[in-house]
Design a protein around this ligand. Structure first.
Ligand SMILES: NC(=O)CC(=O)C(=O)O
Length: 279
């Protein structure tokens, strides 16, 4: 029988002047999440090993697998025997750049990679203008994997704004949707927690948003406030602005509980409307 609990940790990582220093810090935090908090699944934030900027993507991009970040993450996943959702770092493949999340299993194997599907093109004059689509190529593939019977899906930050995206993962049988994320300090307070709760409740699933810590010396100031919601849409825990290990135990019995008590997933009117995943 599949276990009814799963210990996880969201690492809200601070920023560092070099990629090597960011990797060294991530390895220290991963060890602590596993050894001190007992996490079996560890999640890293969006763009945790470089500056989040369109100029930087090309400079720090690497091959996945094979690049230095992937090698370090694969090694620590194997050493600790954990599942590791490696946050995101820029990937280069056949001359194209992607914002990619690599997932590693307990033998250090690459379980799969997910490339951000919806690129972050926001224009709020005087506050935040960002155009990922000016340098990045969007992904097209969903990524799912299972940990102790729990089916998990991966999205990245801006993807969470698209309800259909999470609904497709629901159709694929996903019960835990993970988004490495880096909202800014304008949209973060308005939308971050609201979206996490909405996606969790819409789909009767756990939702984790794992963000970098706030660093006000950067051009793009990440909001922080990594958040975990349960299938009832309740916030189970949230971080503050600073670096933090946010650890939690998922009570997997809540999945069946809400599906039984509020059976909206069974009551979709597919005779009237329908969501279709292409391919
Ligand atoms: N950084 C993102 O991809 C998205 C974001 O910050 C927002 O939607 O707001």
């Amino acid at each position: 029988m599949a276990p009814s609990k799963l210990k996880i940790a969201l690492l809200q990582l601070g920023s560092f002047p070099t990629k090597q220093a960011a990797i060294a810090n991530a390895l220290t935090q991963i060890r602590s999440a596993v050894k001190d908090k007992g996490a079996k699944l560890v999640i890293l934030p969006e763009c945790w090993n470089s500056t989040y900027s369109t100029d930087e993507f090309g400079r720090s991009a690497e091959k996945i697998p094979g690049g230095e970040t992937s090698l370090a993450l694969a090694k620590i996943a194997e050493e600790l025997g954990i599942w590791l959702v490696g946050g995101t770092y820029p990937e280069v493949d056949a001359g194209k750049l992607y914002n990619t999340c690599a997932v590693f299993g307990p033998k250090g194997e690459l379980v799969g990679k997910y490339r951000k599907m919806h690129l972050f093109d926001m224009d709020i004059p005087g506050i935040c203008t960002f155009s990922e689509s000016s340098v990045l190529t969007p992904g097209k593939e969903f990524l799912t994997f299972s940990v102790e019977g729990l089916k998990i899906g991966v999205g990245i930050c801006y993807d969470q704004r698209f309800p259909e995206f999470a609904a497709v993962y629901r159709q694929l049988g996903v019960d835990f949707l993970i988004f490495p994320s880096a909202f800014d300090t304008y949209t973060g307070p308005m939308h971050f927690e609201l979206i996490a709760q909405a996606r969790a409740l819409d789909n009767s699933m756990f939702v984790a948003l794992c963000a970098p810590a706030r660093d006000t010396t950067k051009d793009y100031v990440a909001y922080g406030y990594s958040t975990l919601c349960d299938p009832w849409g309740r916030v189970l825990c949230r971080a503050g602005e600073k670096p933090e290990i946010l650890s939690a135990e998922l009570d997997l019995t809540l999945l069946e509980d809400i599906k039984k008590k509020i059976p909206v997933l069974k009551q979709k009117r597919n005779d009237v409307y329908e969501l279709v995943k292409k391919k």
